[in-house]
Design a protein around this ligand. Structure first.
Ligand code: ADP
Length: 661
């Protein structure tokens, strides 16, 4: 076994690999860029080597720097994680030349699976079912139309070098095929410096289901069941689970055996994933093979009890698989939610900055948090803005979902925007509970984006109860302040009015030995909690069920967050509530005359000048953030009176860029 390995990655996956290495008694070496000097993976590793400036292209992606770091520290092997150099054949070759072991498949397997057209041909040759289509490079838009007509609409135009959902377009007719060919080609050229595209049938109501395989250097390959990753936004996975609620044991077996056949065809060793698209009749088609550890691998670990990183390290060290196919048992259910630094309310714009407060849910047999950050860490613009992977486990799917809801309620993140409420809205959606998933789920269920979770009667009850309870504690606490005139103890009054996000709810209460009973109309709710002011989470029993509510103190009242809903809550006496109605409402400032910068970013261009008349939809400026260029357009016809910024300026969110008449 290796004595020391280097992890050529950062963030949660570097930390996750280090954990397994530590468990196996292997010393670890981290690498880091300028931006990551204080990162968690650097703190966790035994040693760390600085490899350059923040941009990945100048640090994590430079093969020579990784090889040098191995030589300097005596690391015998490298785990690449995912992304960065994990699927670069040249990286494996360079390590091999330096006598360092690559913890992953052989270069030949990486090369064979790196190209979509080539891998599809290989799959077809190994008798693996592939999406019907044309397995050649499309020369121009007219050929795209011809091929699309032969296959039959709808079709999908895909970049052969594609990855991460880039360079893919769906076309339902000739015009869309022409346009799709152009835009997929352009995107492929700019993202992968390779503009080859091909065309295949677009599978309707598709589910994304993938098979985890594991191979050794003796030609043994087994499959560890499937993961369903149908909950996607713009072809990017958001929630994954294992097993799939859709597959029959027969389909699972058939898919597993095809995945193994394909892996054997390329002498696959290490952990790998064969991705399939599955239609509503359980017909499945090969999409691609990922020759690395996947982001969503933990759900497989939870239901098989197998540590995939440990297996990868053992195989790389030359060990034989200790497990046969018959010994693989799938037990229980696991879900993973990707917690991202992004703002779902603002069209999922990435949110960068410091995590001023960060308290993940407690880990247990049913909750696992894979993360690379800690309170005070910064989410930088240089890398993927993932905060953590939240993984839950249960005996049944319903149990795993329940654990996920509880864990999301307890995930406390402040300082940047995040998608926790959006994730909650998905996992609490009735269609999700039914398991009626498809890759169109998010687009269909949230057609005009996300505007906060839906308020159910249950959530309303919980929030009103907690608001009342917090107020009671507050009154109690105030009564304890020394030097108060009143010696008669706290004065509660009999009735209160809870204002929940603008709605007034009349309540009254009784103190009990354990807590209190709160009454709304004819309903009464009992509450028990150890909360004291200052704690971000209010946890306790409401009518005997355990609930978690996040509470942020405001100048008046609290902002409460629970079950995907976040709103302001205030508790007043009936008199104060009646008077509050008479208070003038402060209107938000009118920003319709401004172009505001929607995210922190860099001005790439300003396309208008003072005095210009612009038309609705016209491009006004381009701002780059998180390596994406965003075109900002005029919302209506207007005249430009002032331009406040210029090319190269770095802007904060809501900076006024252009003013209109
Ligand atoms: P990438 O390598 O960019 O992730 P994939 O080939 O894995 O691209 O496809 C990503 C997603 O796009 C799939 O999970 C699926 O949702 C969708 N997709 C890909 N091919 C098809 C197809 N032929 N029909 C329908 N959806 C598809």
């Amino acid at each position: 076994m290796f004595k020391k390995i280097l992890i050529a990655n950062r963030g949660e996956i570097a930390c996750r690999v280090i954990k397994t290495a530590q468990k196996m008694g292997i010393k670890t070496v981290a690498v880091y860029s300028d931006a990551d000097a204080d990162a968690l993976h650097v703190r966790m590793a035994d040693e760390a080597v600085h490899i350059g400036p923040a941009p990945a292209a100048q640090s994590y992606l430079i093969i020579d720097k990784i090889v040098d770091a191995c030589k300097k520290t005596g690391a015998e092997a490298v785990h690449p994680g995912y992304g960065f150099l994990s699927e670069k054949e040249a990286f494996c070759a360079a390590l091999e030349a330096a006598g360092i072991v690559f913890i992953g498949p052989r270069p030949r397997a990486i090369a064979a699976m790196g190209d979509k057209i080539e891998s599809k041909k290989l799959a077809a040759a190994a008798n693996v079912s592939t999406v019907p289509g044309y397995m050649g490079v499309i020369a121009d838009a007219e050929e795209a139309v011809k091929v699309a007509r032969d296959i039959g609409y709808p079709v999908m135009i895909k970049a052969s070098a594609g990855g991460g959902g880039k360079g893919m377009r769906v076309a339902f007719n000739d015009d869309e095929a022409r346009e799709g060919f152009q835009s997929a080609t352009n995107e492929a050229k700019s993202s992968f410096a390779d503009d080859r595209v091909f065309v295949e049938k677009y599978i309707v109501e598709p589910r994304h289901i993938e098979i985890q395989v594991l191979g050794d250097s003796f030609g043994n390959v087994i499959y560890l069941g499937e993961r369903e990753c149908s909950i996607q936004r713009r072809h990017q996975k958001v929630i994954e689970e294992a097993p799939s609620p859709f597959l029959t044991p027969e389909t699972r077996k058939a898919m597993g055996e095809e995945a193994v056949a394909l892996s054997k065809a390329v002498d696959y060793q290490s952990a790998g994933t064969v991705e399939f698209i599955v239609d509503r009749d359980q017909n499945f088609y090969f999409l691609e093979m990922n020759t690395r550890l996947q982001v969503e691998h933990p759900v497989t670990e939870m239901i098989t009890g197998i540590d995939l990183v440990e297996q990868m390290i053992r195989v790389a060290a030359g060990e034989k698989l200790a497990l046969t196919q018959d010994e693989v048992k799938l037990t229980g259910w696991s879900l993973e939610a990707r917690v991202y630094a992004e703002d779902p309310i603002r069209n999922f714009l990435p949110s960068i900055g410091r995590l001023t407060r960060y308290q993940p849910p407690e880990e247990s047999d049913s909750v696992r948090v894979d993360t690379g950050i800690y309170e005070g860490s910064e989410i930088s613009m240089y890398y993927d803005p993932m905060i953590a992977k939240l993984v839950t486990y249960g005996d049944t799917r319903a149990d795993a979902i329940e654990s996920m809801c509880q864990a999301l309620d307890a995930y406390y993140i402040r300082g940047i925007n995040h998608n926790v409420n959006f994730l909650t809205a998905i996992v609490t959606h009735p269609r999700f509970a039914e398991g009626r998933l498809s890759t169109g789920f998010i687009a269909e269920e949230f057609p005009d984006g996300f505007h906060g979770g839906a308020m159910s009667a249950e959530t309303r009850k919980v929030l009103a109860t907690v608001a009342t309870m917090l107020h009671l504690s507050q009154v109690d606490r105030e009564a304890e302040i020394e030097g108060k005139m009143d010696e008669l103890g706290p004065r509660y009054g009999d009735d209160w009015v809870v204002n929940l996000g603008g709605e007034d709810i009349e309540v009254s209460f009784d103190m009990t030995y354990e807590g209190c009973v709160i009454r709304f109309g004819d309903e009464s709710v009992s509450v028990e909690s150890d909360w004291v002011p200052g704690m971000p989470l209010v946890q306790g029993l409401i009518d005997d069920s355990f609930v978690t509510v996040q509470a942020d103190k405001l100048a008046e009242g609290y902002r409460l967050t629970h079950n995907g809903v976040s709103l302001k809550a205030m508790v007043r006496t009936p008199r104060a509530a009646a008077l509050a109605k008479l208070m003038p409402v402060k209107l938000p400032p009118d920003t319709s005359k401004y172009l505001l910068c929607p995210m922190p970013g860099l001005v790439v261009s300003i396309d208008v000048a003072e005095g210009d008349e612009v038309k609705a939809g016209q491009a006004l400026a381009v701002v780059e953030a998180m390596k994406m260029e965003n075109i900002l357009r005029a919302e209506r016809d207007a005249k430009v009176v002032k331009v406040n910024v210029k090319k190269g300026d770095s802007l904060t969110v809501d900076a006024i860029m252009v003013e209109f008449e």
